[in-house]
Design a protein around this ligand. Sequence first.
Ligand code: CP
Length: 304
Amino acid sequence: LRHLLTIDGLPRAILTHILDTAEGFISVSEQEVKKVPLLRGKAIFNLFFEPSTRTRTTFEIAAKRLSADVINLNINASSQSKGETLLDTVDNLAAMQADMFVVRHAQSGAAHMIARHVAPHIHVVNAGDGRHAHPTQGLLDVFTIRKYKGEFHNLRVAIVGDVLHSRVARSQIHALTTLGVPEVRVIAPKTLLPVGVEQMGVHVYHDMLQGLKDVDVVIMLRLQNERMRGARLPSSQEYFKYYGLTQEKLALARPDAIVMHPGPMNRGVEIDSSVADGKQSVILPQVTYGIAVRMAVMSILAGN
Ligand code: CP
């Protein structure tokens, strides 16, 4: 594996190898060993052209725990504002002996374009491109599910909300189906589902009360307003009534169901605070596991 651009098409063996490697990094951190020398001497550039709290920070922590040098390009203060192209920016950073670019961009395909452009020794990780893919989020989500549920082969997983605009949902669906989850459900109004979503191997529900019945995992998604350009948005109250997760709706899932959310959450829109902060929520452990999963990805791509 030279780059990680999408989960689509990656075989189960590679996904399992990444999850198992991440498990090893959890064991290391449990022994209070905070650093390993796997990427010593490597220079990793974080290029975030869209805002991020969790992904950018956990990539930075992960790189530092692998002993790499991390450079966070401040896009707003960069020469992009003077008209420099994305590939000219990348070429100039490559001339500073970059070994890896971690890229988030509003345009679907931006990370692929950089991966095609860079020299063979440079690795590219997609940290979210448009509505296309967010592979490390998908991986940390399946890692979290494996931690809490142990196996994939006996699970029902429901993904609820704005699947249409969600790169996270696409990566989750590819990861879950590849790892053998027999029933992946998507629950959303027709207007928030991509045409032909069934071809991704999911079961479609428009009624949340039916879709949540007996599931083991509930993954909530945010309304991605920034990608809706001109669409008529439902009001927050209207959306919450039909697609917001409350304790009452969660009671339809299995009693030991876990609740996940990639963040950022909009409380009172797609999830009630009592659920987000409740005993079935694993939303903050997802963030923590993101460090080990990103350590695994970077060490597999660029480790000595
Ligand atoms: N899940 C996720 O991508 O969060 P950030 O936008 O904060 O990185």
